[in-house]
Design a protein around this ligand. Structure first.
Ligand SMILES: Cc1cc2nc3c(=O)[nH]c(=O)nc-3n(C[C@H](O)[C@H](O)[C@H](O)COP(=O)(O)OP(=O)(O)OC[C@H]3O[C@@H](n4cnc5c(N)ncnc54)[C@H](O)[C@@H]3O)c2cc1C
Length: 231
């Protein structure tokens, strides 16, 4: 597929939009991932969660951090007009959009990407599903999609975007929450535990930390949590 658009979200994070070829009408779900490769090295494939939603037709969007070989090549080199090989969307990290559900989405760093897809779909469909993102970054400069999530918050009364910063100096002007995501902060968000579904996505360390917090510390049944580990 051809890259139609490439946008720097942060100095180390880029969104690329891959244009579907004529007549391609894939059946897929928000929250799934695609696998990509460059035509000069078809065996080197890497997975990327869609940051667009299944209601966005005609293109896939992914958001990539400059990390490792593929991440660096995409962030530093991918540009409009380039072609990348794409394996169709797959995966089970899907939003539960049943009436009355509350999705609490725990993210760190680039792991926030699929949640943008969740919120895009819920907002477009005007769903009553509550979505709360709890996002951990080291400093405010690392918040991916800050403006986009703030706009979605204004458009969707059921969506909240909360950020905590873990590595601030005492003189930083950040007035929001500081410190790691903890059980007290997660508990504050819960109105009806039986209708709450927890999500965690990103590098293994963050996902394992979240599983420990939600399943063991808070005692939430495993069936109420979905995770996507990036390695
Ligand atoms: C289902 C799935 C969805 C993914 N979605 C995304 C996405 O939306 N955006 C994205 O940037 N990456 C995503 N990744 C990671 C991506 O597939 C690549 O692993 C990443 O771009 C690094 O490229 P590489 O594997 O060539 O790096 P290598 O040169 O093989 O090095 C990989 C190293 O980087 C670590 N790593 C990989 N990704 C990250 C990251 N984002 N932050 C911190 N450490 C990381 C790995 O643990 C490993 O140590 C996803 C992975 C999976 C399995």
């Amino acid at each position: 597929m051809a890259i139609e658009m490439a946008t720097m979200e942060l100095p180390d994070t880029k969104t690329i939009r891959l244009k579907w070829p004529e007549g391609y009408e894939p059946d897929f779900k928000t929250g799934q991932f695609i696998a990509l490769f460059w035509p000069d090295s078809p065996k080197y494939r890497r997975a990327y969660s869609l940051s667009s939603s299944a209601l966005d037709r005609g293109f896939f969007e992914i958001t990539v951090k400059r990390e490792g070989k593929m991440g660096t090549r995409i962030v530093d080199w991918a540009k409009p007009g380039d072609t990348m090989g794409v394996f169709p969307p797959t995966g089970k990290f899907l939003p539960v959009f049943e009436p009355g559900k509350h999705l609490i989405c725990i993210a760190g760093g680039s792991g926030v990407t699929p949640f943008r897809g969740f919120v895009r779909e819920a907002t477009k469909r005007k769903l009553d599903t509550k979505i709360t993102i709890l996002y951990s970054v080291r400093t405010p400069k690392e918040i991916i999609f800050n403006d986009k999530f703030r706009k979605l918050e204004s458009a969707n009364p059921n969506f909240e975007f909360h950020v905590t910063c873990t590595r601030l100096g005492t003189d930083d002007r950040w007035t929001g929450r500081r410190g790691r995501i903890d059980a007290a902060w997660v508990n504050e968000q819960i109105a009806d535990l039986s209708n709450t579904v927890f999500y965690a996505c990103g590098p293994n360390a963050l996902v394992e930390f979240s599983e420990n917090l939600v399943l063991r510390e808070m005692g939430v049944p495993k069936i109420q949590m979905k995770t996507e580990k990036w390695g």
